[in-house]
Design a protein around this ligand. Structure first.
Ligand SMILES: C[S@@+](CC[C@H](N)C(=O)[O-])C[C@H]1O[C@@H](n2cnc3c(N)ncnc32)[C@H](O)[C@@H]1O
Length: 221
């Protein structure tokens, strides 16, 4: 039995996925209507208030992928950009619980989401394994307690590359960097993808067609 499969964690995840399935489509409709009113697609920051109610979570297989990947580590420091209501964080923290060592540092801009995600992690029995840093990732992730083994990028897309560049000096050789949403935001992620797929930047990188598609990059300095 894994922590991810335990009844305590499953009950929390089941409820959160249910809430996301009911609420997120309504938020998406409002965002689309607002884009039409403003004359075209906008940056995600333009909908901060609307998106404050949206989970925008990884799906279950993607969550399992993150759990499994974290389980391949021996004593990982995991950094997450974009916690939202904590679904991906729960998957990562469940792996740390089963490893018995390691830590997740996650960051989230929205104070309301931080409050609710903390409660979800507490309910899942995982809050003690997670350090939540509220604020802009470009500030909150400036200081880290040691080399980073696994990064999950799932905040606003235009920030993936700046956040990666910020973390780069802390990446351990062989560190894994997973970036979500290639299928949803191909244009916004083009610069990021060009960067990690250029071997001269020190990554081996490949698209993984799971959920909204991950880019899975391994640090190969
Ligand atoms: C797609 S959601 C994350 C979903 C989450 N990883 C999950 O699977 O449940 C993106 C989140 O990133 C947060 N975010 C966006 N820009 C950020 C920034 N600069 N710093 C910290 N968090 C940010 C948003 O507020 C939003 O809640």
């Amino acid at each position: 039995m894994t922590t991810l499969g335990s009844s305590r964690v499953s009950m929390v995840l089941d409820r959160l996925f249910d809430e996301a399935e009911r609420g997120d489509p309504l938020v998406r409709e409002k965002v689309k209507a607002e884009e039409v009113r403003r004359g075209g697609p906008q940056e995600e920051d333009a909908f901060k208030d609307l998106l404050g109610e949206a989970f925008m979570p990884v799906d279950r297989p993607s969550g399992r992928f993150l759990y499994n990947l974290a389980r391949t580590q021996s004593h990982p420091l995991i950094v997450e950009f974009g916690m939202s209501f904590g679904i991906s964080t729960i998957n990562l923290a469940a792996a740390i619980r089963d490893l018995g060592v390691g830590r997740v540092i996650t960051t989230e801009l929205d104070a309301g989401k931080v409050r609710r995600a903390s409660a979800h992690l507490e309910e899942a029995g995982l809050l003690d394994l997670v350090e939540i840093r509220q604020g802009d990732a470009l500030e909150t992730l400036r200081d880290l307690p040691g080399p980073v083994d696994l990064v999950f990028l799932d905040g606003w897309k235009r920030l993936y590359l700046p956040v990666l560049r910020l973390l780069e000096p802390s990446l351990r050789p062989g560190a894994a960097v997973v970036a979500d949403d290639l299928a949803l935001f191909p244009e916004q992620l083009q610069g990021y993808l060009e960067y990690v797929r250029d071997r001269s930047h020190g990554y081996s990188s490949v698209e993984v067609p799971i959920g909204d598609h991950f880019e899975f990059s391994v640090r190969t300095p």
